[in-house]
Write a protein that binds this ligand. Structure first.
Ligand code: BTN
Length: 305
């Protein structure tokens, strides 16, 4: 009902009377008033007068009802320890493909390789539960698809020329705009679910915690709506996961700044330096070391030199 009231108010810049809302939505005027109060409590600025209601400012809300037909699969938390744990519980309980857990801020946000992901207000922090029909050996393609569609989303919406850095970071120049963490469970040799957690610096100030990071607000010089970014990304990702993922790594290669660059890759067990030569069809990064030897790394943190 909140989503329907908001749509009606957004469709009319002028005041909409309680009587009109009540008859169009098929609920009592008291019920309309209660929902309006609920929306105001959620931060929407709605002017109310004897003539009716007028939406003055929506802010930058990520409530489930803001996502139209996806609302049933959206779980919004103003604050959460980490969206990864909530999504894992939902996935194990059998939630559907493309269930999304969003947090306004995280108190124990996690990055790759056990790093902390600082998650202050204004950033976009979410985990999407995916259930692709895939053998586990092909599961890296899901992460490449997610980073590909995220970079395309921000470039399409803001025209900023962001690129992907192996394995799944989004960068503008050398500054990090987004990071991605994924967790998977398998049944025999098939993927049961892959949870892809994304932290995108939108209206937050990441440089306070991470000097090498940048936000969309900083790049564009204005705040931007997180809801639109997430909605466009989910549409792109959903469409991109239909059918074969045979071309995804090829498409990803066209958006990367890693290849040809001198890199230092830190894995759980070793540090490898050299030139990033190729990303193979399984998503591994092939590095040519200074002695001419070649190593392929499946998972790690890549620093551009
Ligand atoms: C990285 O670059 O190290 C990955 C960062 C992933 C951060 C996101 S924010 C939403 C989700 N919840 C978490 O705790 N981590 C991921």
């Amino acid at each position: 009902m909140k989503g329907r009231i908001l749509s009606r108010l957004r469709a009319a810049p002028e005041v909409v009377s309680g009587a009109v809302l009540s008859s169009e939505l098929g609920v009592s005027r008291v019920a309309v008033w209660k929902h309006i109060r609920g929306l105001q409590d959620c931060g929407y600025v709605i002017a109310s007068s004897a003539k009716g209601y007028r939406l003055v400012d929506s802010g930058d809300p990520l409530f489930a009802w803001e996502f139209g037909p996806r609302a049933d699969r959206i779980h919004y938390h103003e604050e959460a320890p980490s969206t990864m744990e909530i999504a894992r519980d939902l996935a194990r309980a059998g939630c559907p493909h493309l269930t999304v857990v969003i947090a306004g801020r995280q108190t124990q946000g996690r990055g790759r390789l056990r790093r902390v992901w600082h998650s202050r207000d204004g950033g976009l922090y979410f985990t999407v539960v995916l259930r692709p029909q895939l053998p586990t050996v092909l599961s890296p393609r899901i992460n490449f698809a997610a980073s590909l569609h995220l970079v395309r989303t921000v470039n399409e919406l803001f025209g900023i020329g962001a690129q992907v850095k192996w394995p799944n970071d989004i960068l503008l120049g050398d500054a990090k705009l987004a990071g991605m963490l994924s967790e998977m469970e398998a049944e025999t040799d098939r993927v049961a679910y892959i949870n892809v957690g994304i932290g995108l610096n939108v209206n937050n100030d990441p440089a306070a915690d991470e000097p090498g990071a940048v936000s969309l607000r900083k790049i564009l010089g204005r705040p931007v709506a997180r809801r639109e970014i997430l909605a466009v990304f989910l549409d792109r990702l959903e469409a991109g996961l239909v059918g074969s993922l045979d071309t995804v790594i090829d498409e990803w290669r066209r958006c990367t700044l890693t290849l040809g660059r001198r890199v230092r890759v830190v894995t759980a067990r070793q540090v490898i330096e050299g030139t990033a030569e190729a990303v193979d069809d399984n998503g591994g990064l092939r590095i040519r070391q200074d002695d001419g030897s070649r190593t392929t790394v499946i998972y790690g943190d890549c620093f551009l030199q």
